[in-house]
Write a protein that binds this ligand. Structure first.
Ligand code: URA
Length: 268
């Protein structure tokens, strides 16, 4: 039985996988090659085999000079109609069982909602109870506030696209764990790559830290234009509406962030 990866190793593996994904390489499988020392392969290698379990699809060139083989086909590639392309990503997600959340009380997957040609994309953390029940992001109390935040910058909910880092509700709305975000983020990355919004407004610490791959506090991330991944989509961070409901005094700062986002949007 392989031992569990320590957190540092797991983090570097996640980084490596993400790096390949930014290059457009999405899936990996392990090609067996019976070498004399294979029986003594390291725990790390065994863990990689487990992490990157085989998915049969069009095979493209080996990337790692050894057994790791990359698969680059993405079903939405080359599909011009964004509605059809988003549908293909949703179909690829399927009735997802990639992480344990499917066994932990999720009612349904909450993929994303809104205008597939949106110039502004909102990204939150993950579905809560209302979203899990209705299958749509930000429909509960936090969603009402999000709608008000949108109206404050002159936008209707129907004009933007709204998604989350996690597509399934974690039990008791706990913070996501690395294994969950590692499986789920590639789908958000694909939604972003497809929409290519003029700006992303990311709400809350968890979403901001995951998209920017940082441990920095939210306060240190707001009021700046970040660049998202390989696509370089401008990304602005503000407080999560659920936090603002608990701490209404912070709404003033959120309003500053919204005005800032509106300026960046107008510049773009
Ligand atoms: N909080 C989030 O981060 N996302 C939702 O969809 C709802 C609440």
């Amino acid at each position: 039985m392989p031992q569990t990866l320590d957190s540092e190793l797991r983090r570097s593996l996640a980084e490596r996988v993400r790096y390949y994904r930014e290059l457009g390489i999405y899936d990996f499988y392990w090609r067996e090659s019976p070498t004399p020392d294979q029986t003594s392969s390291s725990t790390f290698e065994s863990e990689i085999r487990e992490e990157m379990s085989a998915r049969k699809s069009a095979v493209v060139p080996a990337i790692a000079g050894n057994n790791l083989v990359a698969i680059t086909s993405k079903p939405e590639q080359g599909v011009a109609d964004p509605v059809a392309a988003l549908k293909l990503i949703r179909e690829d997600l399927g009735d997802c069982t990639r992480c344990k959340l499917h066994q932990q009380g999720r009612k349904q997957i909450v993929f994303g909602v809104g205008n597939p040609r949106a110039e502004l994309m909102f990204v939150g953390e993950g579905p809560g109870a209302d979203e899990d029940a209705q299958g749509e992001p930000f429909v509960g109390r936090a969603g009402q506030l999000l709608n008000a935040m949108l109206r404050a910058i002159g936008l209707a909910r129907e004009q933007v696209y709204i998604a989350n880092v996690l597509k399934c509700r974690p039990p008791q709305n706990r913070d996501p764990v690395a294994a969950e975000t590692m499986e789920c983020l590639p789908f958000l990355d694909r939604q972003i790559a497809l929409l290519r919004p003029k700006i992303m407004l990311v709400v809350g610490r968890i979403a901001a830290q995951n998209l920017l791959r940082t441990d920095a506090k939210l306060g240190a991330l707001r009021q700046q234009v970040h660049s998202f991944g390989a696509s370089g989509v401008p990304l602005v961070v503000t407080y999560h509406p659920a936090y603002l409901l608990r701490s209404p005094a912070e709404k003033r700062k959120a309003w500053e962030d919204l005005k800032f986002a509106r300026e960046v949007f107008a510049r773009g």
